[in-house]
Design a protein around this ligand. Sequence first.
Ligand code: NOJ
Ligand code: CA
Length: 675
Amino acid sequence: MIGRLIALLTLLLAAPASAETVARIASPGGVLSAELQLDPEGRPSYSVQRLGREIIAPSRLGFLLLNAPKLERNFALDSQSTRSFDETWEQPWGERRFVRNHYNELRVRFTERTGLARSLDVVFRVFDDGIGFRYEFPEQPNLANVEIQDELTEFAVADPGTAWWIPAFEWNREEYLYNRTPISAVGTAQTPMTVRTDNGLHIAFHEAALIDYSGMNLASMGHGRFRAALTPGTDGAKVRRQAPFPTPWRTLQVADSAGGLAMSNLILNLNEPNRLGDVSWVRPMKYVGVWWEMHLDRATWASGDRHGATTANVRRHVDFAAANGFDGVLVEGWNVGWDGDWFGNGQEFSFTRPYPDFDLEGLAAYARRRGVQLIGHHETSGFAAHYEDQMEDAFSLYQRLGVHAVKTGYVADAGQAKVRGADGRILYAWHEGQAMNQHHMRVIEAAARHRISVNAHEPTKDTGLRRTYPNIIAREGARGMEYSAWGNPSNPPEHEANLVFTRMLAGPMDYTPGIFGMRTRSPQGVQTTWAKQLALYVIIYSPLQMAADLLENYEANPRPFQFIRDVPVDWSESLVLNGEIGDYVTIARKDRASENWYLGAVTDEEGRVLNASLGFLTPGRRYRAQIYRDGPNADYRANPGDIAIEERIVTSTDTLTLRLAPGGGQAIRLVALGR
Ligand code: NOJ
Ligand code: CA
């Protein structure tokens, strides 16, 4: 007994004096709270509680600088203030029309007690379903040029659990399949990274408003502790800025269920309101394109006998779009520069000169007459500087021709994008470093001046900037459908149920669904049923949705194609009815232009039965449910095309039983009838 007491006493004496809580803020409904601590050496940290329980243990804050001593210790609390905010704002387009932005904010100033006496502000916005915090570097004499060597922000997940993540700093940028591992086995992850703790809590880590800064990854320090791993810059500093400036928000979405994460508006809410004014020219749309045939290697981007972007082929696509109610036709390989090794030769691309067998002016006029627009394509092979040299001319040309949307592309291995340094030299850059984030902002602003929306592939990550710049209409930034055309492996059946609860938490994705031709260049082919391909239009949110397959596959299958013709791309509400990360999910969305609802459900490689209550429908109203479900023999391996299409009348009191085949899904259009 005495021995034990002595052991305890020695332990207590040896432990450093503990940190003191200096500030605290709770969310409006008291669900989440955050605390800021200072230890006796003046090191700041924060922690997060949910319903009084710690979910993020004390985690470090601070910076290593390149041109000055680190900003990490010897701080005292200088001042603190709080405020509450509650507004509902309207999205010009989106997964829902009205968004409530309701939080309590804590602003703290830490100032060094001696030496340079520099200050660093930390701002927390605490919502009931998540937290954002950021640093603000105030204007001050002893810290004007900020050269960040490393951000020291940590996230110490308090409980063990499972993580869904893709690796950071690998050559293939953001195009990886999701790992599912214990939290303790994560390496260096990109964000969003989603975890489910063993007691069932779901937390997604990401960032919001990534502007003129470098993208954040999360490096595991062991035992559930993660540290910000900023993307390197083009020289020793990861970020160079002049104070005053804020960092992006570091975000945690927190919910009891996976579906709760997908319902959160945190990332959008932490971005600034629309800066572009009237954006009625930004139009959500469905499109077809000269695209999948190149990925199947039935046609080429390059000129020659197999050139895809010929006048005749594009005309055929315009006619098909007009006949089937699609607004856009994407044309890839229309411009000079694709011949030879285009991956490595970004300098060869002209963004204004079409190949001779593509009549740009004539086709643009033809499309306009038929009520369709061409969607432009600018593959840069990552040579951002070369693109910037031509960007203004390219956007002027498109504006003159009535082209209002451009798909850009940055195919280059990670770290191999090319930007122009201050001295004019070409420097190699990471896709998510500060230089490329500056580049994307220049593209968005130039495009906006010409009333053009941008859909970037191989982009920088989505951090909700579409709120501020609504012409950021979509992006890729994950493994899209193209991998099922040529990848080995193609996207596995669990892929989309992973995406909904990871990548999609960041924002819309141009996934390019709608494939009926399941045999591809990939040895596995497309690993879904047809019904699941239809469900993807509801599950994967994007204001730009492609009907990606060859036109002949639609012409040969008009009945299932009808759902793709009908499904809208702009919604007044979205509800996640059920879901587990990587297993299954059911989402219902209400059309913004009518009283109709659409429902999509997908599963992984396991067949399952899900129940979907239609309680979201208007009570007392009847709806015609047009159901596209897996047929009795459907299976993504043996019989993907077995689809049953039927109708029945339903009301808000019905609960539907959804039978999903292995790798299957279900899509339902709910047409509002009279009462
Ligand atoms: C990769 C993009 O993801 C794909 O959609 C595009 O067709 C090729 N790059 C060529 O630009
Ligand atoms: Ca890609």
